[in-house]
Write a protein that binds this ligand. Structure first.
Ligand SMILES: Nc1ncnc2c1ncn2[C@@H]1O[C@H](COP(=O)(O)OP(=O)(O)O)[C@@H](O)[C@H]1O
Ligand SMILES: CC(=O)OP(=O)(O)O
Ligand SMILES: [Mg+2]
Length: 396
């Protein structure tokens, strides 16, 4: 029996689970929500129904990791850090190099770090988590599980941008896609819940969180996705702009007197999206509560509209749709927003049952006879990751 700690560091949260393997028993799990924002919330659930919660203002990633390790011992979830057999980390960008989970070596850590251009908000933070864990747990193996892996074999017509083909080939520019750990889990879990082979289903999975993306699955594989060369593109996100005409970059550089394109990309990554439009918050809960703020309501409207556009275009690409899945912090918890998206997609045969939607449980949100099966599937990136870590224990 081995105890594996899985860390899923996202742009607004650190989610984690401690598993006993190979049984996949969850010993404890938790999250730090609203990282680096006002009222960060640190939660641990353990020993059945025990819960520890603490609200700390502007908790950052480093302190979150330290607090987690301290509390695991203080609450007697583990007796000592040497109880851990491995730590698995979500790494957003694996580029052309990493196509499956690996044990972290000094060389691989350098490669992950060197890929920060593919995920500037994520890879540096994930490298930091790996370093913190290596420092505190020098004897424990660290594993990297890649969010881009699921999209490695996207069909060429969806992976390649319409830029000079020589540039694509020479510089490895392509749609790498992200949130793959989640989309793959969602597709498999939805098929399992429906009792149908995934290969027979045309599916669209919506991962709507601080980062948001849409993926289309066909013949059991990833077919298209809204994130691209980096996780900046596609849907409107917490702080990310999503799709923007690249001509905005030099124009903003000039208008804002910025020194480099990187400064504009930073603005599009960190000060745009829901935060940039509303001017108040990147957190959908804050926008929902700001009912008398027209810019907050506009941000929600733009968010919804972008989702609808993507689902519509993937519907056309797939030549129909069997299953639409909602997941991610927003997709799982915001019933009103699911209902609104459902309404706007009525022309595609999407209908959401209001009672099932309000109940918000894993499973169908549509009536069984509906043309498109709409489902709610709480994502479980940590479970999908520990399975990959388990598989890589032998292969490295
Ligand atoms: N209980 C909830 N009700 C409504 N929205 C929620 C709830 N929990 C999380 N969210 C929303 O989900 C988003 C965070 O999603 P999450 O998937 O946890 O992000 P990430 O993994 O990218 O850090 C925030 O915009 C937040 O408003
Ligand atoms: C890839 C990505 O955007 O991840 P997150 O939503 O966790 O920030
Ligand atoms: Mg996430």
């Amino acid at each position: 029996m081995q105890k594996i700690l899985i860390l899923n560091a996202g742009s607004s949260s650190l989610k984690w689970q401690l598993f006993e393997m190979p049984s996949e028993t969850v010993i404890a799990k938790g999250a730090v929500d609203r990282l680096a924002m006002t009222d960060s919330i640190f939660t641990i659930k353990y020993a059945g129904n025990q819960k520890y919660t603490k609200t700390i203002d502007h908790l950052d990633h480093e302190d979150a990791a330290q607090l987690l390790l301290a509390k695991l011992q203080e609450l007697n979830i583990i007796t000592s850090l040497s109880d851990l057999s491995g730590v698995g980390h979500r790494v957003v960008a694996g580029g052309e190099v990493f196509k499956h989970a690996v044990k972290v070596t000094p060389e691989r850590l350098k490669q992950i770090d060197s890929m920060k251009a593919f995920a500037p908000l994520h890879n540096p933070m994930e490298v930091n988590y790996i370093k913190i864990m290596q420092h505190v747990l020098p004897q424990v193996a660290q594993y990297a599980v890649f969010d881009s892996q699921f999209f490695t074999d996207l069909p060429e017509e969806n992976a390649i941008y319409s830029i000079p083909y020589e540039d694509t080939q020479k510089f490895n520019i392509r749609r790498y896609g992200e949130h793959g750990i989640s989309h793959q889990y969602l597709a498999n879990r939805a098929a399992e819940l429906l009792g149908k082979p995934l290969a027979d289903l045309k599916m669209i999975t919506l991962h709507l969180g601080s980062g948001s993306s849409v993926a289309a699955e066909k013949s059991g594989k990833a077919y298209d996705t809204s994130m691209g060369f980096t996780p900046l593109t596609g849907l409107t996100m917490g702080t990310r702009a999503g799709d923007v005409d690249p001509a905005v970059v030099p124009y903003l550089m000039e208008k804002l007197h910025l020194d480099s394109a990187t400064d504009v990309i930073k603005r599009l990554n960190q000060q745009s999206g829901l935060l940039g439009i509303s001017g108040i918050s990147s957190d959908m809960r804050d926008l929902k509560a700001a009912t008398d703020n027209p810019r907050a309501q506009l941000a929600i409207e733009i968010f919804i509209n972008r989702v609808v556009k993507y689902v519509g275009s993937y519907f056309a690409e797939l030549g129909g749709l069997d299953v639409l899945v909602f997941a991610g912090g927003i997709g799982e918890h915001n019933a009103e927003l699911r209902a609104e998206i459902g309404k706007r997609l009525a022309a595609l045969g999407v209908t959401i049952d209001s009672k099932l939607n309000a109940a918000g449980k894993e499973g169908l949100l549509s009536m069984p006879e509906a043309k498109v099966q709409v489902m709610l599937v709480p994502t479980n990136e940590e479970l999908a990751m520990v399975r990959q870590v388990g598989a890589s224990l032998e292969s490295v």
